[in-house]
Write a protein of this length. Structure first.
Length: 132
């Protein structure tokens, strides 16, 4: 499904601002619809997407994808946030329903806090795969 215009419009504002979006979604797994909620924060070249099952963080250089259920972390070179802004369907297109629940546009903080995954805090049950 295509990302709603309201969602895309908010992403466009993140070039010069910090945009925080709370959202709900429905995804189908084995023919069963599953509902969830997430939080997206985008600022300049950085973004963070979090939900119950997964965290995706990007500081503009490195991309971390953490699958909480399988306890796997993948580390890759980051695509630019401008790619993320211009093609949000690549990230959110799997959702059958995507709704904006809340949004806030605030001045850019210029801080990388919240955009770098805390790898050092993971315990030994996690598998870390550095693909850079």
């Amino acid at each position: 499904a295509a990302v709603p215009k309201e969602f895309s419009d908010l992403l466009e504002k993140s070039c010069a601002n910090r945009v925080t979006v709370g959202y709900s979604f429905v995804i189908e797994q084995d023919g069963v619809p599953l509902e969830g909620r997430g939080l997206l924060v985008v600022e300049g070249e950085c973004y963070s997407i979090s939900s119950e099952e997964m965290d995706v963080m990007c500081d503009g250089v490195t991309l971390w994808i953490a699958d909480k259920s399988s306890r796997e972390l993948y580390i890759e070179d980051a695509p630019s946030a401008s790619e993320f802004r211009s093609n949000p369907d690549e990230y959110f297109g799997l959702f059958k329903e995507l709704k904006v629940l809340s949004s806030e546009v605030s001045p850019a903080s210029k801080s990388l806090a919240g955009f770098r995954y805390p790898v050092a805090e993971l315990d030994s049950s996690w598998s870390v795969n550095d693909l850079r």
